[in-house]
Ligand binder design. Structure first.
Ligand code: NAD
Ligand code: UFG
Length: 337
């Protein structure tokens, strides 16, 4: 199929581009480069033998989107383009609503005009808010705690309404848990522009020596060792989940589905620190600091729906996630090891 990936030069989109191309699809990427480097394209070419089609542009540019959909004979869209920093969304909510919700509306309008009605959306486990029970299934109530999370939930509502309005739409919103790791080549991976907020990118740069130490945000949670527990999923498993989603959409059964993508297992911050030391053979110095505002003790997914509907389950271990993360940062760092 001809598939458009918005935000396809970013962390998750670039890995999905690899898996889709390897599965025989023709990938077109549209990205405004606000949170990625254009060099990702040449790294994709090294992995794939040739580069996906790339258009530099913004999803809010409806006219451009219409021409991309028509010219590329696009049959399905995967929508990764969005801003994703929770803290920044609290400071700049309008920017988040404009980019994320505004971007989704422009894109969907262009798709409707061009009669392209197969859509996969990058949603987030953050829509669930504080867990009322674990593991979290898709029926769990939603209560996002940040403007970022609100944008995801608003877009899900728009998608549900759209699917109800017209049977020709086929839509899946994938709620990602915590994507980590990198392609096994070490050529593409997560590259935060600023100081990373997320655990694995931060640990990885304690390992490289870029940062002195990790601050562990609290060791007094009701978890195995007191530190926060999350459902980390290898970005390549996540990428394969998108191929499974596309195959499911092509059966044209439901008009709108929401599906968790996680492993179903939770690991603590200290477990990650210890395993990262093993895979990198480097010391991860840390200190225990206060809890981070808005953090929760534990969060992990019930992944039965993805297995039941799409025949997909994550298969890579935490060891592989951290090993691939380390390969990516150690191959691409500028500081001497
Ligand atoms: P990313 O920032 O690496 O990738 C997003 C890409 O979208 C970037 O390349 C950016 O340049 C592009 N972009 C942003 N706004 C755009 C616009 N208006 N027009 C065109 N391009 C635009 O982020 P990611 O980690 O790859 O996340 C992809 C999607 O998955 C996002 O929607 C994010 O909210 C969602 N998500 C990510 C995580 C995670 O932990 N990484 C978890 C849950 C959900
Ligand atoms: N942590 C630290 N030190 C750090 C960074 C994180 O101790 O420097 C801890 C956190 O307190 C938490 C765990 O590591 O216990 C994971 O934190 P992350 O920031 O990596 O991930 P979160 O689960 O907090 O949030 C992520 C994304 C959100 C998304 C959410 C649910 O950042 O955007 O997963 O999908 F909404």
């Amino acid at each position: 199929m001809n598939i458009l990936l918005t935000g396809g030069l970013g962390y998750i989109g670039s890995h999905v581009a690899v898996v889709l191309t390897e599965a025989g699809h023709r990938v077109t990427i549209l990205d405004n480069l606000c949170n990625c480097k254009v060099e990702v394209l040449s790294h994709l070419a090294k992995i794939l033998g040739s580069s996906p089609i790339f258009i530099q542009g913004d999803v809010r540019d409806q006219v451009l989107l219409e021409s991309v959909l028509k010219d590329g004979k696009i049959e399905a869209v995967m929508h990764f383009a969005g801003l994703k920093a929770v803290g920044e969304s609290v400071q700049k909510p309008l920017m988040y609503y404009n980019n994320n919700v505004g971007g989704a509306i422009s894109l969907l309008k262009a798709m409707k005009i061009c009669q392209v009605k197969t859509f996969v959306f990058s949603s987030s486990a953050t829509v669930y808010g504080v867990p009322k029970y674990l593991p979290i299934d898709e029926e769990h109530p939603t209560c996002p705690e940040s403007p970022y999370g609100q944008t995801k939930l608003h877009i899900e509502s728009i998608l549900r309404d759209l699917a109800n309005s017209d049977d020709a739409w086929n839509i899946i919103a994938l709620r990602y848990f915590n994507p980590v790791g990198a392609h096994e080549s070490g050529l593409i991976g997560e590259e935060p522009n600023d100081i990373p907020n997320n655990l694995v990118p931060y640990i990885s740069h304690v390992a490289t020596g870029k940062f002195d130490k990790l601050k562990i945000f609290g060791n007094d949670y009701k978890t195995l060792d007191g530190t926060g527990v999350r459902d980390y999923i290898h970005v390549m498993d996540l990428a394969e989940g998108h191929v499974a989603a596309l195959n499911y959409l092509n059966k044209k059964l439901p008009k709108f589905s929401i599906i968790n993508l996680g492993t179903g297992a939770g690991y603590s911050v200290l477990e990650l620190v210890n395993l990262y030391e093993k895979v990198s053979s480097r010391k991860i110095t840390y200190e225990i600091s206060g809890r981070r505002a808005g953090d929760i003790a534990s969060c992990f997914a019930n992944v039965d729906k993805a297995a039941f509907l799409m025949g997909w389950r994550a298969r890579r271990s935490l060891h592989e996630m951290l090993e691939d993360s380390w390969r990516w940062v150690s191959q691409n760092m500028t500081i001497e090891l």
